[in-house]
Design a protein around this ligand. Sequence first.
Ligand code: SAH
Length: 529
Amino acid sequence: MEKGIVYLIGAGPGDAGLLTRRAYDVLQTADVVLYDSLVGDAILSLIPEGCRKIAVGKRAGNHLLPQEETNVLLLREALDGNRVVRLKGGDPFLFGRGGEELELLAENQVAFEVIPGVTSAIAVPAYNGIPVTHRDWASSVHIITAHRRAGKTEPIDYKALVKMGGTFVFLMGVRALPEICAGLLAAGMPAETSAAVLERGTTAAQRRVTATVQTLPEACEKARIGMPAIIVVGEVCRLSEEFAWAEKRPLAGEKILLMRPRHLIREFAGRLREKGAEVLEVPLIETRMIEPNPQLEAAFDSVSQYQWIVFTSPSGVRLFFEALAAHRQDLRSLMHCRIAVIGEGSRRELEKHGFIADFMPETYTGEALGRELCVYLQNRIGERQAEQEDKRTGAENADRAGNLRILIPRAKEGNPELVSCLKEFAVEDLPLYETVPLDSGILNLKELVQKGEITTAVFTSASMVRSFVRQMEGTELTGVRAACIGKQTAAAAEAAGMQIFIAEQAKLESLEKLILEMHTTHEHIERPL
Ligand code: SAH
C-alpha cells in the first residue's frame, strides 16, 4: 500500500481567523485529524464531518494519550495510506513537541510537511494590546517555558534574563507564577516592572490581569485566573491600557453557536466574527433530497400546467433547480411561470438561477406568504375579469381561482398554514426535501452549555431546536439565550426552557441586529479585569 502523509499543523491560539489558509485547505482534505487539547473550539468546528477525529490531548473528559502512543498512532495512520493531520495549538515547533512527533516518521521514511501556526506567545499579547517589542520599551523578546521535563530540572537562569532585559513571555507557567516573579525580583528586576497574565487569549473568554512583577501573583489569585494563560513581563504591558482593542469590538465576549447546514453557515459566521464574536459552526441539521420522488418527476413532466411556483426557503430553490437539471430540463421549461418567494434569502438564491421573483411578502413567514399571495392573486384575477368584460368576451372565459395551478416545492414538514391560506386555488404541495438531525460531532456541546460558555445559540427553524434539544439529553437549558427566526422556532425554544429573542424579520440582517441588541443587554459576560 502506498504510504500516506502527515501534516504537522499549527492551529494558532484559538480565534478561527488566525488559522492559516494553508492549514485550512489541508484540513479540508484530511482523512484523519489528531488534535490537541489546546486547539480552539471554533477551529475544531471547522473540521469537515467526513474526517475521523482523534483527541490526543488532555481535553476534558478524555484521558491523556501519552506522547509515545501519539507518535505511534501518527505512524500507523500514515502507513495505512491516510492523509493525516496532526493539529496543535499555536505553532507546532514552539513548545509543542512537534519535533518529537516527526522523529518516528523520519525513521520510517514517512513523508511529512510542517505548517507553522500563529503562536500564542505573540498573538495573545497582540489581542490584549501588548506589542512584544517596542522601540521605546523593549528591543528583544524571550519566550520561555516554565514547565520542566520530569526528572530533568533545568532551573530558569533569572540572573541572565534580567541582565539581557527585553520582554519575557512565559508559557505553561501559571502554576509557577509566584516562583517566576520571586525569581525575577531576587535577580534584581525592579519591583514596579509591569507584568500581565493573559488568559484564553483570542477567544470569547479572553481575560487580562495587569500589575507589576511584585503584585501580579496576588492579583491573579484574586481574579482566579485559569488556563491556558501566558505571563508577560516587561514595560510593554503598560501599553495594553491604551491599545487594548479586542474587547472593544461590538460582539466581544460572545461565543455563538450556529447550527445550520454548513454551506449556509459560512456567510453569517463571517459577519459575526467580523464584529468580534467567537463562532462555532456545528451543523445539527442537514437538508436531504427526497429520493426517489415520483411526485417531483411528474411535476417536471407537466410543468407547463403550473402558473405559479412558490419557494419557502433558499434550500428549496437550490434543490429544485438541481433536480430540474438532473431531469434534463432547463430554464426554458419555466418561462411561462411566475415565481413567489418567502423572503430575501430565497429571492437571492432564485436570482442565482436566473429568475427575478414576482412576489415576496412584507413579512417573511409561511402564513404571511400565503395570506398576502392570496390577496395579490385575487386582485390580479379581478383585474383580468374586468378587462375581459370590457372587451365583452364574457366572464366565463376569465381565469378562475380554482383554475390557477400553484406548485409549492418545499420541506416535507412545511408550515401547513401556507397551503390553507391558498386553498381556493389549485395548490400542489410538493415535498422536495427533509431535514434530518445530525450529531454535534467533535465538540461536546452538552459540556459547553453546562459550563455556560455558549452565550447565544441561533435557531432558524423548529427542527433545529428539536435537534439541539436531542443533543442536550435532559440538560438544563434555562441558561441558553436563543436568537430565533420565526414564531414557530421561538415557541419550540421556549417550550424547551430557553430564554427566547426573536428577529423582527426572517433574514440575516435582522438576526444580526438582534444578536447585537442581545449583547448590549448581556451583563454576565466577564470583561477583562
Ligand atoms: N505551541 C503553542 C504553545 C504550546 S505550550 C504556541 O505556539 O502557542 C502551551 C502553553 O501555551 C499554555 O500553557 C499557555 O501558556 C500557552 N497558550 C496557548 N494558547 C493560549 C491562549 N489561547 N491563551 C493564553 N495562553 C495560551
